[in-house]
Design a binder for this molecule. Structure first.
Ligand code: CA
Length: 221
């Protein structure tokens, strides 16, 4: 069943939408402002977000910038109907924009069209996950296809090829950087930090790129 997060402060409209969407077998959660929406998003994944823009604590569009790695399809449902406002919503990353007043049949048709669209890049096919493309310096990370610098690419390739093995920093300096003597340097730490940021891995729990204290680094899927 598809899940929907409805962010809408107008109670009567929210009730009508929830009732209609549930009849169509969407499982809905209602948030009446940005604060509640953030709380829901920190706890659950949704297939769709339906966002109002005039909310008591801000513009629904701000949720897009706050969640760059989202996988949900986003439809803005707003009384802000001017072209410039619609462009603003779409540029912020929404997949569709419907202005109020709207017909429920149209909303439903648009949700169906969105779910027919190919899934966002974030839902990379699990077979291709962590595949590396030499010609473009891209890697398929859980957050999507990401382009790396030549050094980051070489570094990550080295670790992925040795998946599950702990590789010491000295060995990385020799094999990836080509040092023949071992300089006192934090280069490896710097690159690993950059790489985690670029791959949008959690800094506290970089599941795939692990630092093993006193031993080195390890890549795991
Ligand atoms: Ca509103």
């Amino acid at each position: 069943m598809n899940t929907v997060l409805l962010v809408e402060d107008e109670r009567a409209l929210a009730d009508t939408l929830l009732l209609s969407l549930e009849k169509l077998k969407y499982e809905c959660t209602w948030a009446k402002n940005l604060c509640e929406a953030r709380k829901q998003l920190s706890q659950h994944q949704f297939d769709f977000w339906i966002l109002d823009r005039n909310l008591p604590d801000g513009d629904g569009v701000s949720l897009l910038a706050e969640n760059p790695a989202r996988t949900a399809h986003v439809l803005i449902l707003s009384a802000k109907a001017e072209v410039s406002e619609r462009v603003k919503g779409l540029k912020a990353g929404a997949d569709d924009y419907l202005s109020k007043p709207f017909s429920f049949a149209e909303l439903n048709a648009r949700l169906e069209a969105l779910s027919r669209r190919s899934a966002p890049a974030d839902n990379a096919d699990s077979n291709s996950l962590w595949s590396l493309q030499n010609d473009t310096l891209e890697v398929v990370a859980p957050t999507g296809k990401i382009r790396l610098t030549p050094l980051e690419f070489k570094f990550l390739t080295y670790l992925i090829e040795r998946e599950g093995t702990i590789v010491s920093k000295d060995r990385l300096l020799k094999d990836v950087w080509g040092f023949t003597f071992l300089p006192k340097t934090r280069t490896v730490d710097y690159v690993i930090t950059q790489l985690r940021k670029r791959l949008e891995l959690e800094p506290e729990n970089p599941a795939h790129l692990l630092t093993i204290r006193g031993a080195g680094l390890k890549f795991s899927r």
